[in-house]
Write a protein that binds this ligand. Structure first.
Ligand code: PA5
Length: 443
């Protein structure tokens, strides 16, 4: 089984009758999803997307990726939130966090996901004198961070290669018909790719939003989609053995017992951005109506030397979900060192992955002693297929989990408030009254 939910360390925290008690609610959540009659039901396009995706566009994505790889040294991707995290997460999980240094071909950099001038200047410095292509990704076409970065990127491209050639190097992923980005793209002749109407940002990585940047790195997007399709076939069936639903049930049982924080953990640093993707998926889906599990993350053993103390011994309001990657991309055989100067010869004559595994097992047992429930998600490896599989596992679990909490898992009304204040403080026309009120508060 490529991905499975493993409850072997949960026995001290959740009894069988608790799973049985919550099961009717899981069944009700499943029925709402399948009947498309629950809150947010106009954003369920992800549910059967791994089967029903637009094959014609998929072929265009592959062609565009081939062209970009042949004609560019660098691809700059501008996008934020759901229009950013999934692509970067998949690329780093499958190709490694140092893929730009390891790969001979195309380098890929992400911007438009913050408003730091230093960050953007660094990317422009890296790209000077190189053959650059740009993929701007925004469903609305109006997101400040992305639009600002894209404005700078266009000017940079035009200065480097002239306006006509710049227009040959820009690819826009946006709404199929609406919005200023779509209008601009059409007027300039940029190829466009679609963010489907019925798919929200955090569920969009298997649309053109994620697929174009991912394909540009040479990752096999057929394998990625196949993994998601196989997971879809498995996790869209109701039953007590549905691991995605069982994971959703376990986290909700623990939440009701006062465990308000979930820490997603992995012993592979290449999973760092997948952690970030998970935080957006669950945080934006569940954190509303003054409810929700707070999604946090750690990479171990790194963070055992920072957060380990708190997890072992601090407030008992959390549980840990460990993504257990069974096979690393590569291993390293540890040899004996003459003289044993560092006292580590007891680790010799075996692979380093064994040491990593023992660190995981030891930590799990210590944290159970510390009263922290341990959930395991076993994954064979971080191949494109299994990452696709894992993405769908989390999607199904998240949708079910949101309905178990009685929230709408598919909206994000809370993200508008900071934007209003930011626009007011920046003097955007139409915000004058709010500007005065906020400036008074800042005095
Ligand atoms: O999940 C979401 O909806 C958000 O994270 C959006 O993806 C993010 O705000 C970017 O929006 P847009 O694609 O419209 O630029």
């Amino acid at each position: 089984m490529s991905v499975s939910f493993n409850t072997k360390h949960l026995n001290a925290f959740i009894a069988e009758h608790e799973y049985a008690a919550i099961y009717p609610q899981v069944a009700a959540a499943h029925e709402m999803l399948e009947a498309k009659n629950g809150p947010g039901n106009d954003f369920l396009g992800w549910m059967y997307q791994p089967r029903d995706y637009d094959k014609e566009e998929f072929a265009r994505i592959k062609e565009a990726a081939k062209k970009i790889r042949e004609e560019s040294d660098v691809l700059i991707v501008a996008g934020i939130g759901g229009s950013y995290l999934g692509a970067r997460a998949v690329i780093e999980a499958v190709k490694g966090m140092y893929h730009n240094d390891v790969d001979d071909g195309l380098k890929i950099y992400f911007c438009g996901n913050n408003i730091s001038p230093s960050y953007l200047n660094t990317i422009l410095d890296i790209c000077k004198g190189k053959r650059v292509s740009v993929n701007v990704i925004s469903k609305s076409g109006t997101t400040t961070e992305t639009s600002l970065a894209f404005r700078v990127l266009r000017k940079f491209l035009e200065e480097q290669v002239g306006e006509e050639e710049a227009n040959n190097r820009i690819y826009a992923t946006t709404d199929k018909a609406r919005g200023i980005l779509k209008q601009l793209a059409d007027s300039k002749g940029w190829p466009t790719f679609v963010v489907p109407d019925d798919i929200g940002g955090r569920f969009s990585v298997l649309s053109a939003v994620g697929l174009l940047p991912i394909a540009c790195t040479g990752i096999d997007i057929d394998a990625l989609m196949q993994g998601a399709a196989d997971a879809m076939a498995r996790f869209s069936k109701l039953g007590p053995d549905n691991d995605a639903y069982k994971y959703a049930a376990a986290r909700n049982i623990l939440y009701r017992k006062g465990k308000q924080i979930e820490i997603l953990e992995c012993y592979e640093p290449d999973f760092t951005l997948m952690n970030e993707w998970y935080k957006q998926l669950f945080g934006e889906s569940e954190g509303k109506d003054q409810k929700g599990l707070f999604p946090a993350s750690c990479i171990f053993s790194t963070d055992l030397h920072s957060m380990g103390q708190f997890i072992q011994d601090g407030a008992r309001n959390m549980f840990e979900t460990i993504v257990n990657v069974k096979n690393p991309v590569s291993d390293l055989y540890l040899e004996e060192v003459e003289g044993n100067f560092d006292g580590l010869n007891f680790l010799a004559n075996q692979n380093m992955s064994v040491v990593n595994r023992k660190a995981m097992e030891g930590t799990i047992l210590a944290h159970i002693e510390g009263g922290v429930p341990q959930l395991l998600i076993d994954v064979d490896d971080l191949s494109a297929y299994n990452v696709g599989y894992l993405i769908y596992f989390f999607w199904r679990a998240c949708a079910c989990s949101g309905y178990l909490l009685s929230v709408n898992p598919f909206n994000q009304p809370g993200v508008e408030d900071y934007k209003k204040n930011m626009f007011a403080l920046l003097g955007k026309p139409g915000y004058e009254e709010l500007t005065a009120a906020l400036e008074a508060k800042l005095k």
